[in-house]
Design a protein around this ligand. Sequence first.
Ligand code: CA
Length: 238
Amino acid sequence: MSNLVMVIEDEEAICLLLSYNLEKEGFQVATVSNGINAVSEVERLLPSVIILDWMLPEISGVEICKLIRSKPDIKNIPIIMLTAKSQEEDKIKGLSAGADDYVTKPFSVPELIARVKTNLRRAPLFEEKEKILTFEDISMDLVERKVKRGDNYLHLSPTEFRLLKMLIKEPGKVFSREVLLKSVWGENIYVESRTVDVHIRRLRKVLNQYGPDYIRTVRANGYAIDKNAPADNDENND
Ligand code: CA
């Protein structure tokens, strides 16, 4: 696996700051300064992690994120969204577009680098020994990284894929938000527990297109995958 980080950002000062600090940490860095070339550059260079600015000329970061997630060859590359927007609504928009992580400007360089490392660490899903995980009519191919419900292929972001994998590995077990954060996002990262809820909501939306809701919300506790998820799940109808 390469250690190439791609920074898609039009502000030169931020590109320089990130390149300098990432290179100091031993990463290779490629920078792209506009939205038009971004996706073709990702396809050409196949970075291991993408840092993507929300505010770009011509095409927004959210649009680029969606484009990357729609292309089979690059859709699994972790994306860290970088933005000046701190509104909850925008954060949800970014995560819903398929971003794995979210850093608000002004950001701390060590924090961002820690997130790059976490995203790199969890990227190689192909090292899995088990190939297929199933729960009822849901199946996950860990090698090909495909998820099906019945005969329908589902599109999940890398983060949602990892969340579902955690839940499906131990059906019925309740995972606290804290445990999910640690396993899915990494130990040394500060992520609000609300972020888990956002990803669970999106995971549900995708899964429930083709069948009943098997994700159980355990109030004040966390989440489980469970065939008998009660019908009055709080977030079923989100
Ligand atoms: Ca910008």
